[in-house]
Design a protein around this ligand. Structure first.
Ligand code: ADP
Ligand code: MG
Length: 321
């Protein structure tokens, strides 16, 4: 498969260089990079946070045949770890809130388009219809600590598991007495507390001017999740056309029109990660209405004819001043 990676991530984290009392440690997980920034004297805690990220990956990766999720998909029903169950519950919640724009049962569609292989291709209409017939989060049942999938269904937690990994890494750091930190996986992040006496400084790159910055967030004394979904970072090419790696489960095709969505919320990173993917599918109009009703801040970058436009919730502008 040809997945192209853009070097330009929408979110920019200002370097730690001005803050010698903090240390930034780089890792790799879930097929991407990760980073933990903690006070220098708490350096060993960064590795503990990273181990939590690895735990989520080994439970919920669909790329590892031995992961719990792969086994659940193969069997159709299984008792699962409480962490996997928590992730599936959040996925179901967000599916219901977004009316199925987010749907963790999109696996058969991703498969029909070959996005899980080395050769993505345009499926014929019958294959799309067949795959669409297997998609439907309402058919997932949770009985005690067991998950039962509908016939032929499979779960893909790729739109939520990164967020869950950030949540449990954050929880681990807090349990171990660290209250000022930043954790990041592939551009999604949680910042907590502050960076010494300074707030955390997060820049939002200007989509219309790759060298420029739209604004800077100053985050202090709270735990905030910042997630981005976008084909800025990942897309698939079929016959020279560029397709998003996010599916619109209702149309059975890759979502179109939106280039990226960034969401800021205090509702935890798993929820934020999943809702970001859902908003990407919903598009700016419905997406911003939903963000407003949920009390979360969002920014859309989308195609408007030949131009690239941005649209945000009111509060987003205030946060990035
Ligand atoms: P990224 O992986 O770039 O951070 P997302 O968080 O939006 O982006 O997650 C995208 C992943 O979510 C896809 O790679 C796929 O595994 C899964 N996915 C694709 N479309 C949907 C959808 N409509 N609902 C839920 N998950 C999806
Ligand atoms: Mg997501």
């Amino acid at each position: 498969m040809r997945i192209s990676w853009w070097t330009g991530v929408l979110i920019l984290l200002f370097s730690c260089s001005g803050s010698p009392e903090f240390v930034s440690v780089d890792y790799a997980v879930m097929g991407t990079s990760a980073r933990v920034i903690v006070p220098r004297e708490k350096r060993p805690l960064a590795d503990s946070a990273y181990r939590e990220m690895l735990r989520v990956d080994s439970l919920m990766s669909i790329w590892k045949p031995e992961s719990e999720l792969s086994r659940l998909n193969a069997r159709g029903s299984m008792r699962v770890d409480s962490l996997t169950l928590a992730c599936i519950r959040i996925a179901i919640l967000v599916s219901s809130i977004t009316d199925g724009a987010f749907d963790p049962t999109v696996g058969p569609l991703i498969h029909a388009w070959g996005f899980d292989s080395d050769s993505p291709h345009m499926p014929d209409p019958e294959s799309i219809e067949r795959a669409k017939g297997l998609v439907g989060w309402e058919r997932i049942r949770i009985i005690g600590d067991s998950v039962v999938l509908g016939k032929g269904q499979s779960l893909d937690l790729g739109g939520v598991a990164k967020g869950l990994a950030l949540d449990i890494a954050s929880a681990k750091l807090q349990r171990m007495g660290c209250s000022d930190f930043l954790v990041e996986i592939g551009g999604d992040m949680v910042c907590c507390g502050q960076k010494g006496v300074e707030p955390w400084l997060i820049g939002i790159r200007d989509p219309a001017d790759p060298g420029g910055i739209m604004g800077t967030m100053r985050i202090r004394e709270r735990s905030l999740a910042i997630c981005t979904s976008g084909d800025y970072e990942r897309f698939v090419e079929i016959g020279g056309m560029r397709y998003s790696h996010i599916m619109d489960p209702r149309r059975g095709e890759p979502a179109e029109g939106v280039l990226s969505v960034t969401v800021l919320s205090e509702r935890g990173a798993a929820f934020t990660d999943a809702i970001t993917t859902g908003l990407f599918v919903l598009g700016p109009q419905k997406g911003l209405e939903l963000a407003d009703s949920l009390g979360i801040e969002a920014m859309f970058v989308y195609r408007d004819g030949d131009t690239i436009a941005t649209a945000t919730t009111k509060g987003f502008q205030e946060v990035i001043k």
